[in-house]
Design a protein around this ligand. Structure first.
Ligand code: AMP
Length: 227
């Protein structure tokens, strides 16, 4: 039997654009646990000129989900790697009820007990404005926004000095509308599922990035532990 691992094991969930990725990166910097973004893993796959890569690219560009089978295999293999032994933030997984149902088994195989599922709540009107304005440095991935987070020097990344930026292909109005429909239909049912298991914690994601990350650390009991 595998011993239960010590660490922080959390899921970040919420509608597209709620800030899961940004907040997961901040928590990773503050706690040094792994940030596992299934969206980023899929975007890497979709760059490959293979049948799977090409199929994924079409799906992602339309805002459609990848298959549960593929995602579950991907997560299963990733969480068994040694760097995940002390903790991780699952960002974007589970996104369907079948994925949520399988999560407990995947974790049990690794001797991991989930600490919390954190839902970041943001209204749809704010989501659209956030997603349509966001872009990232192509060199280091640092995130920016046309209105809320401009680089200090125009056209230059604050973090690495890079000068090339890109928007995600699925960050356009039509695809975002599709992603919001998929969120409501397929992902939202996972919220009561985790609530009934006593794992759900919610955070209002409408404040500044710093304010939301403080709320997340409070809800996860990390600020009290640090003080
Ligand atoms: P994200 O970066 O989390 O916004 O994910 C980008 C896209 O990747 C989503 O719109 C989905 O098409 C796909 N995706 C990410 N995670 C999953 C998942 N767990 N299951 C199915 N599709 C996913």
């Amino acid at each position: 039997m595998t011993d239960t691992k010590e660490g922080l094991f959390v899921v970040f969930t919420g509608a597209p654009g709620c800030g899961k990725g940004t907040q997961a990166r901040i928590l990773r910097e503050n706690t040094h646990i792994c940030h596992l973004s299934t969206g980023e893993m899929l975007r890497e796959f979709a760059k490959k000129d293979t049948p799977l890569g090409r199929e994924l690219k079409v799906r992602l560009d339309r805002g459609e989900f990848a298959s549960d089978e593929m995602i579950i295999e991907m997560v299963k293999s990733r969480i068994s790697e040694p760097d995940c032994a002390c903790g991780f933030i699952l960002d974007g997984f589970p996104r369907t009820l079948p994925q949520a149902e399988v999560l407990a088994d995947l974790l049990a195989e690794q001797g991991i007990k989930l600490d919390a599922v954190l839902e970041i709540q943001v209204p749809d009107e704010i989501i659209m404005e956030r997603i349509l304005g966001r872009y990232a440095c192509m060199q280091c991935g640092a995130g920016y926004h046309d209105k809320f987070q401009k680089p200090k020097i125009y056209g230059v990344c604050d973090v690495c000095g890079g000068t090339e930026f890109a928007r995600r292909k699925d960050d356009n109005r039509t695809t975002v509308e599709n992603r919001l429909v998929n969120y409501r239909l397929l992902t939202y049912p996972t919220i009561p599922f985790f609530e009934s298991r006593g794992l759900l914690k919610t955070v209002d994601g409408t404040g500044t990035i710093d304010a939301v990350s403080r709320k997340i650390e409070d809800v996860l009991g990390l600020r009290a532990a640090a003080e």
